[in-house]
Design a binder for this molecule. Structure first.
Ligand code: HEC
Ligand code: CU
Length: 384
C-alpha cells in the first residue's frame, strides 16, 4: 500500500468524523437545557429565613447552570464515542489509526475548565465576603456550646450598650458575669447576630438549614458565623457532625420573634438565671416557684431545659419516646432519691439495656432545685 493512499483515506475519515460531531453537539445542548431546567425547578432547600440565604441560593443556581452542561457534555461524548467508534463485524483483528494527540485540543480543554473554576472561585469568595459582612449597627452575640447531646445558648448579660463579653467555653462565667443560659435559641427578627461556637467534648457542627449556615464546634477553639434572620417562625437546629450515640437526637429549635417578644423572653430567662444563682429567697422567686409543675417540666421543659417526653415513655404524660427507658416500668418501686439521681446525674448508674451518655447531663444546671424536686415528685407519684 502506498503512503499517499493511506493519507487520503485518513483525511476523508476525519472529515466524516467531524460531520458526525454535529449530532453530538446538538444532543448535548438539548440535554443541557433539559438538565438545567430540572436542576433549577427542584426545590433543594427549606425556607429561606435569613438574609444570607439569598446569595447562597443564587450561588447554588449558578453552580447548577455551569456544572450540568459539563456533566451532560462529558457523558454524551463518552456514550457517543462508544457508539460511533464501536467495533464492527470483521474488524476484530484491526488496530485503530495511530493518533499522536492534538496539542490545540489539549490547550483548549485545559484553559476553559481552568477559567470556569477560577471564575466560580472568585464569585464564591465574593458571596462569602458578602454574607460575613459586619452590620453597621451593633450586633448581638450569642454563645453556642455543643456537648453530647445538646446545645446550650449563652446570652451575655447586661443591657444594650454594655460591653457584651462572651462567656468562655466551657462555660465558666467570669467574675461578676451572669450570662443567661438556655437550651432554647431565641432571636429577634431583622437583627444581625454573631454566634460564637465551641464544644465541651467532641466535634459537633452547628447547623440551621433554614438560615443556610453551618460551622463546626471544635473543642479548644471558638468558631463563629453571623446571620440576620428575616422571617418569623421556628426552625430546626441540627448537629451535622456524627458526635456519638445520641447524635441524631441533638436537635433543637430556633425561634425568630419580634424584638419585644425577644426582650420579654430574655428578661424572663434573666430572672430565672438570677434565682438559680442564689437569689432564691427573693419574693419574686418564690412566687414563680409556686407555679412549678412537674408534668409541664416533663412535657415541655422550663423554657431552658429540653423536654423529657421525646426520649421517655410515660403514660400519664402521654409521651412515647423510645430512646430512654419506659419510666412507668423502670421507676416502678424506686424511691425519690433514685429518680433524682436519674435526672441530675444520669450517667452515675446506667440502666441495663441502655447506653449512658445520651440523656443530657445538664439538667442539674438548667433546672432550679425546686424544678428538680417538682419533677421527682411528679414522677414518684405517677408511676406508683
Ligand atoms: C436525649 C434523650 C433523653 C432525654 C431528653 C431525657 N432522657 Fe432520661 N434517660 C435517657 C436514657 C438513654 C436513659 C438510660 C441511660 C441512663 O441512665 O443514663 C435515661 C434515664 C433516665 C432515668 C433513670 C431511669 C432508671 O430507671 O434508671 C430517669 C429517672 C430519667 N431518665 C428521667 C428523665 C427526665 C425527668 C427527663 C427530662 C427532664 C429526661 N430523662 C430526659 C434519655 C433521655
Ligand atoms: Cu453533636
Amino acid at each position: 500500500m502506498a503512503p499517499g493512499e493511506d493519507t487520503g483515506e485518513i483525511r476523508e475519515r476525519r472529515q466524516s468524523d467531524r460531520a458526525g460531531f454535529v449530532p453530538l453537539i446538538a444532543l448535548s445542548v438539548i440535554a443541557s437545557v433539559i438538565g438545567v431546567a430540572i436542576g433549577l425547578a427542584i426545590d433543594w432547600f427549606p425556607t429561606a429565613a435569613a438574609t444570607q440565604a439569598g446569595p447562597i441560593d443564587t450561588l447554588w443556581d449558578v453552580l447548577v447552570i455551569v456544572s450540568v452542561p459539563v456533566f451532560v457534555g462529558v457523558t454524551a461524548t463518552i456514550l457517543y464515542m462508544v457508539w460511533r467508534f464501536r467495533m464492527r463485524p470483521g474488524q476484530e483483528m484491526e488496530d485503530g489509526a495511530p493518533i499522536h494527540g492534538n496539542t490545540r485540543l489539549e490547550v483548549i480543554w485545559t484553559i476553559i475548565p481552568a477559567l470556569v473554576i477560577l471564575g466560580l472561585c472568585v464569585y464564591a469568595y465574593a458571596v462569602l465576603e458578602d454574607i460575613e459582612d459586619a452590620p453597621a449597627a451593633q450586633e448581638m452575640q450569642v454563645g453556642v456550646v455543643g456537648q453530647q447531646f445538646t446545645w446550650t445558648f449563652q446570652y451575655p448579660a447586661g443591657s444594650e450598650g454594655d460591653e457584651r463579653k462572651l462567656v468562655e467555653c466551657p462555660g465558666k462565667p467570669a467574675e461578676g458575669e451572669k450570662p443567661v443560659t438556655s437550651n432554647q435559641l431565641y432571636l429577634p427578627i431583622n437583627e444581625s447576630v454573631k454566634f460564637k461556637i465551641c464544644s465541651r467534648d467532641v466535634l459537633h457542627s452547628f447547623w440551621i438549614p433554614d438560615f443556610r449556615m453551618k460551622i463546626d464546634a471544635v473543642p479548644g477553639i471558638a468558631t463563629d458565623f453571623r446571620v440576620t434572620p428575616n422571617k418569623l417562625g421556628k426552625y430546626e437546629i441540627v448537629c451535622a457532625e456524627l458526635c456519638g450515640i445520641g447524635h441524631a437526637y441533638m436537635r433543637q429549635t430556633v425561634h425568630v420573634v419580634p424584638r419585644e417578644e425577644f426582650d420579654a423572653w430574655l428578661e424572663k430567662q434573666g430572672d430565672r438565671g438570677g434565682s438559680a444563682g442564689g437569689g432564691q429567697s427573693a419574693g419574686g422567686g418564690s412566687g414563680a416557684s409556686a407555679a412549678v409543675d412537674g408534668k409541664t417540666l416533663y412535657t415541655e421543659g422550663n423554657g431552658t431545659s429540653t423536654a423529657c417526653g421525646g426520649c421517655h415513655k410515660l403514660a400519664d404524660a402521654g409521651t412515647a419516646g423510645g430512646v430512654g427507658p419506659d419510666l412507668d416500668d423502670s421507676l416502678q418501686g424506686k424511691d425519690a432519691a433514685y429518680i433524682r439521681e436519674g435526672i441530675v446525674a444520669p450517667d452515675k448508674t446506667v440502666l441495663e439495656g441502655f447506653q449512658g451518655g445520651i440523656m443530657p447531663k445538664n439538667y442539674g444546671e438548667v433546672l432550679s432545685d425546686q424544678e428538680v424536686e417538682a419533677l421527682v415528685t411528679y414522677l414518684d407519684e405517677t408511676v406508683k
